[in-house]
Each structure stands twice: as C-alpha cells, then as structure tokens.
Design a protein around this ligand. Sequence first.
Ligand code: PMV
Length: 320
Amino acid sequence: MSKTRVTTTAAANIALVKYWGKRDGPGNQPATPSLSIGLDDLRTTTNLQFAERDKDQVEFEGSEKADRRIVSFFDLIRDQFNIEQHFRVATQNNFPTGAGLASSASGFAALAIAINELIGLNLSESQLSSLAMQGSGSASRSVAGGYMEVVLAKQSYARSILPARRWPLSVFVAVTSENQKAIGSTEAMQLTARTSPHYQDWVSSHESDMSDARDAIERRDFTKLADISEQNCLKMHAAIMTSTPPILYWNAATIELMGITRELRNGGVPAFFTIDAGPQVKIICPPDSADKVKGAIETINGIKQLIETRVGGDPTIESE
Ligand code: PMV
C-alpha cells in the first residue's frame, strides 16, 4: 500500500575492494565487483512525498536545487514502474557532500528505500540494491549496513557478507578538505578506463582481491584485510593518477595520514587506511586500538574534521 510521506536514513559506505570503472551501457553497471563497510554515523536523511505539481521538486540542505541526477532517477522510476506522479524530496547529509565521502551512496540508497516505501513496490533487498545502483554505483552497497559485496550480473546488486555486529571494527574519517572534488567519479572512471596504462591490470586482478578480502572477513583476519585493502586502494589510485590528463585526489595531509597508519602497524598497532575519489583518509582498526590510533591521527596537520564511527549503517524508515 502506498504512503503519503516517508523519511529514511541510509549510511555512507567505504569500499575496501573498490569499484572503479563501468561496463558500457546505462545503469552504472560496474566493470568489477566491490566490497564495502557501512559507516554507522555518516548518514543521509531523505524525506519523500508525491509532488502536488507535475514537476519534481528537490530540496537539498534546506534550499531548492535543480539536481539533474535526482530528476533523472525519478524519470527512471516512472519509466520502470509505470507511474505518472512526480515527487517532492528533501534531503540532507550530516557530513561534507561531494568531497569523496560517499554522499551519493547514502543519498541514492536513502532515496531508493524511500521510493520503495512511498509507492509500496515491495522490492527485495537485492532489487532495491539494483535500483539504488542506477542512481550511483556505490549506493547499491548502502541499502543494508555491515560488510557488503557487489555481485556482477546483467543487473548487478549488492548482498550482505557479514552483519556489523559480528565484527564491529572502528573507523576514523579524517576530512582533509571540505571542498567539492575537482572531477566527479563517473567522469574520472571514464578517463581512467580510456587512458590509464594500469586500467586493464586493475580489472583483471580484481577477482582475486575480492576472494582474499571475503576470506579475511569470514575469518576475522584483520592483518589480511589490512594488506588487501591498502593494496587495492593504492592500485585504484595508481590507475587514476596515470590517466591522461592525470587526476590527483590527494593532498599533503592525505599522504601524512597514510604514513602514520603504516607506522602504527609497523609498531604493532593494527590499523589500515583506505581512500576514495577525494583526499579524505579512512582509517580502520579494532575497537581496542581506537585510542592509540586516534592519538596518532591527531598529531597530523591539515585535518579539518575527524569523525569517529564504526562499521554499521542499517537504514531506517518512518512513514505516514
Ligand atoms: O558510486 P560512485 O559513482 O560515487 O563511485 C564510487 C567510487 C569509489 O568511491 C572511489 C569506490 C567505491 O567502490 O566506492
């Protein structure tokens, strides 16, 4: 049954084995699978209702916005589910937007969940994940919390590998710039695929990274997960940096944070880093190392904000 108003939240996620590259055709179908953790406290809140006029209305952080990606997503919903209504959506993030902190992941996941509830589509979790993917590839992994993996198919989707409570690792998000990134992920992926000499190696080594990471999670083998995650992240950035023209997402604090994480690990404190399409560094550690890791991160200059969270991120839904 359809509702009149729905409020959802979905959490951002970070990939430990990353998605970078799309297959040809529509719908953000990824060239490679990926594996992620949900970030419990980094959330998008989305309020959705049917519009009174024959026009979609998008409000972002309290101001009306002509957002082409959201309106195209509504067009796709009308087309796929054969409905005529338009929507009014208000959305806000409790973390910096468009700066490489997966705001499109939490945003499109919260929206897909809200649409499912408002229209009463009764989609399964994998159908919901496929739908969110059509808004943003990484959003497919935010329709549930915890450890998620993307399965490649004609319509790819994400599924749960392990619930967060079974391995509740701590996560620090060190925001080193609050500016929007210079080049968005879709455009940067196309450039990398077209021009980087490392792109084919990136794609062909992916399956083995996926199985190593999955195995590390199933066995709760932190050292193995640390090694594979850092290597996969650096492989992605190596491909990105060697595009023509080159794309460099990092700044000085990004590099310092990678160094301090390595130092911690060499000194026996378990911790590893990962970095998405931006200069922010996420550092993951077991909860009993969190104080030491935080102390070390705080010695680095250039951190604008340090967010402490944990693996989690189950979505929430309220409706009237
Ligand atoms: O979903 P998009 O288009 O924002 O791309 C996400 C790309 C990375 O964050 C760099 C990697 C990933 O798997 O999330």
